[in-house]
Design a protein around this ligand. Structure first.
Ligand SMILES: [Mn+2]
Length: 321
């Protein structure tokens, strides 16, 4: 459903609005949360912007980042709660899912969804990021995109298009980017914070993770690992490895890449990337995860070796068909 007018009408009827995105937030989740918060303030609403997890360091430059809260007052009641860049309360947090006075549960997203859990949906699978959906919503409300909002939405675009590299990049994305830059987003500022400000521990972790590189299935499948031991040895946080799966994918001939992160509690976090053919979102969905055709993720409750074997089998069958 992509009825902006209908969504806006419901929004106008709400005063207290909770805006939230998925845990382990990325630039689209945070950027669209903040942009929507700004939009709601411009409409005279009182938004609360929430994320279960702390903002990644490379997103702290975003305007309004300091206003994100990490807990929800259980006694507070909201007229509406909007999930951005995700569509299940469980992806936001247990605390979010268990609110006593939840209000209307709404969702703004750009993923292809079969399992959205919201009463009110604003889904636009043609949008490159959830931030783009927020931008369209702002325009349908007749609001001007100011510099703060432009910066947030520009960031959602660069994150979800891999700095205008991924297959989601098209002429429309560049038009949006031009408009956002015209309104005050600064590409070098965003790039500098996003990709030129890593902690040294990330590079040390990458060195160890690259040492686990394994290429199989006739050179078409490449994997890397991150383990708790590596985190301890380098002092890195797990978040700094969020994009490591792009390294094995960058090898010539590799179609599918997987990053296996053994994060303890018997859970292995798997990030899947593909280049041209394989729909990794389908693989992720078949095992309880989700994402996009070229970038998806899931969690496997199994020892690392077993998780790797299960994914390898799924990738092998996807490559074979
Ligand atoms: Mn997104």
């Amino acid at each position: 459903m992509e009825d902006y007018a209908a969504f806006l009408e419901r929004l106008r009827d709400s005063q207290r609005v909770l805006v939230a995105s998925h845990y382990s937030p990325d630039g689209d989740g945070i950027g669209s949360t903040l942009a929507l918060g700004f939009m709601l303030e411009r409409l005279g609403k009182s938004p609360v912007m929430y994320n279960r997890d702390s903002i990644p360091d490379n997103l702290r430059f975003l305007p309004g980042a300091e206003r994100l809260v990490r807990s929800i007052d259980p006694n507070e009641s909201f007229d509406m709660a909007i999930m951005v860049d995700c569509a299940q309360p469980s992806r936001v947090s247990d605390e979010f899912a268990a609110r006593k006075n939840p209000g209307v549960l709404a969702c703004i997203d750009h993923h292809v969804l079969e399992n959205a859990e919201a009463e009110l949906l604003l889904l636009d699978p043609t949008a490159a990021s959830a931030g783009e959906v927020v931008m369209r919503l702002m325009k349908s409300a007749g609001l001007v995109i100011d510099a703060a909002v432009a910066k947030c939405i520009y960031t959602t675009l660069v994150v979800d298009t891999g700095f205008f590299k991924y297959s989601s990049t098209n002429a429309h994305v560049f038009e949006l980017a031009a408009e956002l830059v015209g309104n005050g987003a600064q590409p070098w500022e965003v790039a500098k914070y996003m990709e030129e400000s890593y902690p040294a521990s990330r590079m040390k972790l990458l060195a160890r993770s690259l040492a686990t590189l394994d290429i199989s299935l006739g050179g078409r499948y490449a994997t890397m690992e991150v383990t708790e031991e590596m985190l301890l040895a380098t002092g890195a946080t797990i978040e700094v490895s969020d994009e490591f799966a792009t390294y094995p994918r960058s090898i010539a001939g590799v179609e599918v890449a997987a990053l296996f992160r053994d994060i303890g509690d018997g859970v292995v976090k798997v990030s899947l990337r593909s280049k041209d053919i394989v729909d990794v979102a389908a693989i992720a969905r078949s095992m309880g995860g989700g994402g996009h055709m070229r970038a998806a993720g899931l969690r496997v409750r199994a020892p690392l070796a077993e998780a790797k074997e299960r994914i390898r089998a799924a990738v092998e069958s996807a490559l074979g068909s």
